[in-house]
Design a binder for this molecule. Structure first.
Ligand code: AMP
Ligand code: GLY
Length: 425
């Protein structure tokens, strides 16, 4: 079967890699893809929904998989379904779980899913009154999609009030901030849990842990994510069971009851506070870089998972994962996340260790192929070095051994990915 993947990041590259291993998959297309996805399939420079649907029809595409949230929130799934094309992802209405923090918080409250105490408001007086009832730090969030930057963790009441005032005045995040959520700060450890959903049934993937800050020991500014690993031993069977019962089931049931059955990836941002999972947020797509570690752990054919989810047939799917660990280390360009860097040629040493050849790989993200045929680092997060192993330590060592073989001017990465799991082991 031919498959079209929408997106251009490391996430989409890793989905492509998983599909490439799958004998049921014929041609792979990426729209628009990046400078390296052309090693896995064909890049097509289309973004308009009708052009993409025309392309899918003309090239016998059996399944389209959507990576990023923006086209989902804009209704690509609704449009493809109208054209009777099979597509993996939520409808625009279901994508509100990510597209609007207010929708999400109110949904969680309606269905008794545990989340931080909050108010949503467009009134500064109401925000200030609620802020006074909380202890610092205090979290202030803009509604809408802000590329992950719409969250301020204020260290004092005054800072929280200023953040709320700025967001409501539209000075910090434009229209995305005309309504805000103010909530209590949750103190615990953060997890990324992914459920692949078909509207009714779901498959939970091994839980991952991302590293959002730029620098070691979780210092420096927030980024899209500097590395991740899975499965994390920080999730016990008890926490999985609580997530299942208190979070995933009520969410799928609630979405169905409200007329928006959820298909696609439900990405649950969890904070574990004193052993109890509390929901920070939902996203409606794979996390990046979490996807880059989860895809190599998938033992079942990737096409089966995505196609069965897209067509409401997960109930009879038996999805298996390798009994292994994956660690992914993001290599970013020099000035990430502050500004763009100049393109830099990527040079990869010849790999002589058989161990490394079989148990590690690169997922490419911010790269372009120039006229000289070489790959250049052009984006913020350039690539992810992924190592696999029978333990987190082994997977981590392989990932970092691969990091040592990859060169480009200005490269930067964290050197402590998976530290929380290794510290506790
Ligand atoms: P969000 O955009 O809602 O995912 O928030 C981005 C990041 O801010 C999260 O991944 C957390 O690290 C942090 N964060 C958000 N809400 C809270 C909260 N209530 N308590 C503590 N940290 C939070
Ligand atoms: N890694 C977090 C995200 O994709 O939002």
């Amino acid at each position: 079967m031919n498959i079209l993947i929408i997106g251009s990041g490391g996430r989409e590259y890793s989905i492509g890699l998983a599909l490439k291993r799958d004998k049921n998959v014929g041609k792979l297309y990426f729209a628009p893809g990046n400078g390296a996805t052309d090693m896995l399939g064909e890049n097509v420079a289309l973004s308009d929904f009708s052009d993409l649907a025309d392309f899918a029809e003309a090239h016998s595409v059996v399944l389209t998989i959507v990576g990023p949230e923006a086209p989902l929130v804009e209704g690509i799934v609704d449009y493809f379904r109208e054209r009777e094309l099979t597509i993996f992802g939520p409808t625009a209405a279901a994508a509100q779980l990510e597209g609007s923090k207010i929708f999400m918080k109110n949904f969680l409250a309606r269905h008794n899913v545990p989340t931080a105490r909050y108010i949503e408001t467009d009134s500064l007086d109401a925000a200030v009154a609620f802020i006074s009832t909380l202890e610092a730090p205090i979290v202030v969030k803009a509604d809408g999609l802000c590329g992950g930057k719409g969250v301020i963790i204020a260290q004092s009441h005054d800072e929280a009030k200023v953040a709320a005032a700025d967001m409501l005045a539209g000075s910090s995040f434009g229209d995305a901030g005309t309504s805000i959520v103010v909530e209590e700060f949750l103190d615990g450890y953060e997890l990324s849990v992914f459920a692949i959903c078909d509207g009714k049934d779901y498959v939970v993937l091994p839980a991952a842990q991302d590293h959002k800050r730029l620098l070691n020991e979780d210092q420096g500014p927030n980024t899209g994510g500097m590395g991740a690993y899975a499965p994390t031993p920080l999730v016990t069977n008890e926490i999985y069971a609580k997530l299942d019962e208190r979070v995933i089931r009520p969410t799928l049931k609630g979405m169905e009851e409200e007329g928006h059955p959820f298909t696609g990836v439900l990405f649950i941002g969890v904070m574990v506070v004193n052993g109890e999972p509390v929901i920070l947020e939902y996203n409606v797509r794979f996390g990046d870089p979490e996807c880059e570690e989860l895809m190599p752990l998938l033992k079942s054919p990737a096409s089966e998972l995505f196609l069965k989810a897209a067509t409401g047939n997960l109930a009879d799917a038996k999805i298996a994962f390798y009994d292994k660990y994956a660690v992914g280390v993001v290599m970013a360009s020099k000035d990430y996340p502050y500004k763009n860097s100049l393109p830099a040629e990527i040079v990869i040493d010849k790999i002589h260790h058989t161990d490394l050849e079989g148990e590690s790989h690169i997922s490419y993200a911010g790269v372009s192929r120039e006229a000289d045929g070489k790959l250049y680092a052009t984006g913020g997060r350039v690539l992810v070095c992924v190592g696999l192993g029978d333990s987190i330590r082994e997977a981590r060592d392989r990932a970092y051994m691969l990091v040592g073989q990859v060169h480009f001017v200005g490269k930067q990465c964290r050197t402590d990915i998976a530290y929380q799991a290794l510290r506790d082991s």
